[in-house]
Write a protein that binds this ligand. Structure first.
Ligand code: ADP
Ligand code: MG
Length: 351
């Protein structure tokens, strides 16, 4: 097995009695993009700063490329960091900002110039090289911060909420640009966000955090399609969460009118169904079909978000409707649910 670029072993951080991060473990492989995702205050920045060296862990170990750097200062860690508010030096031009880390490393002049040019080219900032940060847009400042972090060719790139200072449209464009740039230079990247869509779009692996602890680590589709806890299910997109139990015939009972074949008995449990896993029946369905009544619906352009009633359960259903079927309140529908898309949730470690 190849060595991890970053290895976090049970790191924790406490401030007095307050536990900001506990028992956090993670292995990052070369070129992997990992996202720390969770609500504000859950410990994302603290974790990132323990990797960068700005916060010293209370316990555990941080290894980068196999070296234990748990107590090493930031400049000895082979990391490049982009701060939430970019942290550019206001009195330095774009190229001086980018060269900053190289100056610290006493790089030879010609090599330094080549590296700065390479970074300006990579981030398409050549025309801005003599400008000061205040003469740049938010997106351009972000690119300077990225170029500065990458200039030292770190083993790991660290990004703290890199898009949070940008407006919605620019955010989306820069997100795609940054993603393709990171993939092009194939740098191992750890980034922090509270935006689930951003995490799903960019990450190879997502670590969902709540109250300082890891709730679940997985690929975007594992996190979305098979969340392990209610917290993860509800944090990542819309979902139906329904108490359920297995009956004597082995079926999973969500309601007297909603029973599904299920591979394993679960006893008393909590089931999760994504809204798009409930589909209009076609008449040729292999999956079980249920009678439903429309409670309400909102037209979203591409599709409808509908609340339907099956037995005594109200469920969210997302999807398109053919023109002959109107999801008006009171309308009767036949829907199917694929039992493989029904997931059993377990309680969170931390309540
Ligand atoms: N220097 C500090 N002293 C005391 N508490 C802190 C300090 N830094 C962070 N915290 C607390 O630790 C928790 C996690 O903070 P942070 O990692 O910044 O969260 P996030 O980035 O997920 O929003 C918060 O409750 C925050 O108030
Ligand atoms: Mg933060």
């Amino acid at each position: 097995m190849t060595q991890s670029v970053v290895s976090l072993r049970n790191i924790r951080k406490t401030y007095g009695d307050y536990v900001a991060v506990e028992n956090f473990s993670l292995e990052m492989h070369h070129g992997e993009i990992v996202c720390l995702l969770g609500p504000s205050g859950c410990g994302k920045t603290t974790t990132l700063r323990m990797v960068a060296g700005f916060v010293e862990p209370t316990g555990g170990a941080v290894l980068i490329s196999g070296n234990d750097v748990t107590v090493a200062p930031p400049y000895r860690r082979d990391t490049g960091m982009v701060f939430q508010s970019y942290g550019l030096f206001p009195h330095m031009t774009v190229e001086q900002n980018i060269a900053f880390g190289l100056d610290n490393r006493k790089m030879e002049k010609a090599a330094k110039r080549r590296r700065v040019d390479e970074m300006l080219n990579l981030t398409e900032l050549e025309a801005m090289r003599r400008r000061y940060p205040k003469e740049l847009s938010g997106g351009q400042q972000q690119r300077v911060a990225l170029a500065r972090a990458l200039a030292v060719r770190p083993a790991v790139l660290l990004l703290d909420e890199p898009f949070s200072n940008l407006d919605a449209q620019l955010r989306l464009r820069l997100r795609e640009e940054m993603h393709s740039l990171i993939k092009r230079v194939n740098i191992t990247t750890l980034f922090v966000t509270h935006d689930q869509e951003e995490a799903l779009a960019i990450a190879d692996k997502i670590v969902v955090m709540s109250k300082g602890a890891v709730e679940q680590t997985g690929t975007p589709s594992e996190i979305y399609d098979a969340p392990k806890t209610r917290f993860v299910a509800e944090f990542i997109g819309a979902c139906n969460v329904v108490p359920a139990r297995t009956d004597s015939s082995g079926q999973l009972v969500l309601d007297a009118e909603l029973k599904l074949p299920f591979d394993a008995p679960v006893g008393d449990a909590v089931a999760m169904i994504r809204p798009e896993a409930i589909k209009l029946a076609t008449g040729l369905d292999k999956e079980p079909v249920f009678k439903a009544t429309v409670v309400s619906s909102s037209y979203l352009g591409y599709s409808y978000r509908t609340v339907i009633r099956i037995g005594s359960l109200n469920l969210l259903m997302d999807g398109r409707f053919p023109s002959e079927i109107s999801p008006a309140p009171g309308a009767s529908l036949s829907v199917t649910i694929d039992p493989r898309r029904v997931k059993i949730l377990r309680p969170s470690e931390k309540q």
